[in-house]
Design a protein around this ligand. Structure first.
Ligand code: NAP
Ligand code: GLV
Length: 321
């Protein structure tokens, strides 16, 4: 019987599917993820690993688990926490959960964009602090959506779903991405043009060695002073010190972050002092239906890998060549 380790309690949707075929699976039940040592101890000797984006699965972890490991299935679309080259070198397919979280994450990007532009969080703090004395013509003025330009960096599934939503706000949409795609009237441009012309900039690239700190001081300096930056990709894509300086000196209007580096963000992070920065705890895919579907895809990938079948969503399909 195959041995399985699941690194956290996942929704029953996926968990029950795995249990039907593999009743003796091992689950890490704590609220906090296993430490590296705990993960290695519990995963040693397993045939299948179902992990989350909080688990760093590198070369050494794979070695420690052992050569019998047949599949790594992550309940996430991003796989920057897994050393894909190391898995491929061992012939281990890695599964992820694309598509089912696209709409939820695009909704979150829009919610953040609107909140930052229209100063929703700041306004609520203002009210709760008893500062609202009357309606005022110049009170908490924000940025307009209608007729503005949205620049999307990384025009994949989520980037395109954001462009689709932008149509409803009569926004002009520009994008910058390696491969041209025609979707929702969005126009491909180089990065400098996108930053020069956009009132809203949405980051939707995967975290890779090429995109690490893509949003740095130089990138922010090219944005418009009225611009709003939204990051629902990965914290590592953004240099947070550079963002702090840009926001503090009003080089850009506001930022809204769903993701940070590290996660959780330490409470002494200077970004938390700023009124023009909204930060939420990585909630992009956090809807009940989305998480159910993510757990289902992760379970299907795990089971397929254990049965020696091709994973429905495999990020390193070279292993099948
Ligand atoms: P995707 O469909 O693979 O889209 C990523 C896009 O980024 C692709 O179109 C890719 O271009 C483009 N890209 C890659 N490197 C680039 C670069 N250097 N400059 C500009 N564009 C670049 O992935 P997705 O499903 O949209 O997800 C994107 C990322 O969002 C994930 O990797 C994950 O990290 C993050 N995410 C976060 C949450 C959350 O909870 N906040 C939820 C889901 C996903 P090509 O297509 O031309 O290769
Ligand atoms: C969430 O961040 C994911 O990559 O699924």
């Amino acid at each position: 019987m195959s041995k399985i380790f699941i690194t956290r309690l996942i929704p029953d949707f996926g968990l029950n599917l795995v249990r039907e075929s593999f009743p003796s699976l091992d689950i890490w039940f704590d609220e906090l993820p296993p430490s590296r040592e705990q993960l290695i101890e519990r995963a040693r000797g397993v045939d299948g690993l179902l992990c989350l984006l909080t688990d760093k699965i590198d070369d050494k972890v794979m070695d420690a688990i052992g050569p019998q490991l047949k599949v790594i299935s992550s309940m996430s679309v991003g796989v920057d926490h897994i050393d894909i080259a190391a898995a491929t070198a061992r012939g281990i397919p890695v599964g992820n959960t694309p598509g089912v979280l696209t709409d939820a994450t695009a909704d979150q990007a829009f919610a953040l964009m609107l909140s930052a532009a229209r100063r929703i969080v700041e306004g609520e703090r203002f009210l709760k602090a008893g500062k609202w004395v009357t309606w005022q013509p110049n009170m908490l003025l924000g940025a307009d959506f209608s007729g503005s330009t949205l620049g999307i960096v990384g025009f994949g599934r989520i980037g395109q779903a954001i462009a689709k939503r932008a149509q409803g706000f009569d926004m002009r949409v520009l994008y910058h991405s390696p491969n041209a795609k025609s979707a929702y009237g969005a126009q491909p441009v180089d990065l400098d043009t996108l930053l020069r012309e956009s009132d809203f900039v949405s980051i939707n690239v995967p975290l890779t060695s090429q995109t690490k700190h893509l949003v740095n001081a130089e990138f922010l300096a090219k944005m418009k002073p009225n611009a709003v930056l939204v990051n629902t990709a990965r914290g590592g894509v953004l240099d947070q010190n550079a963002l702090y300086n840009a926001l503090k000196s009003n080089k850009i209007f506001a930022a809204a972050l769903d993701v940070t580096d590290p996660e959780p963000l330490p409470l002494d992070c200077p970004l938390l002092e700023l009124e023009n920065c909204i930060i939420v705890p990585h909630l992009g895919s956090a809807s009940k239906k989305t998480r159910d579907m993510m757990s289902l895809l992760a379970a299907q990938n795990l089971i397929a890998g254990l049965n020696g079948e091709r994973l429905t969503n495999c990020v390193n399909s070279e292993v099948y060549k």
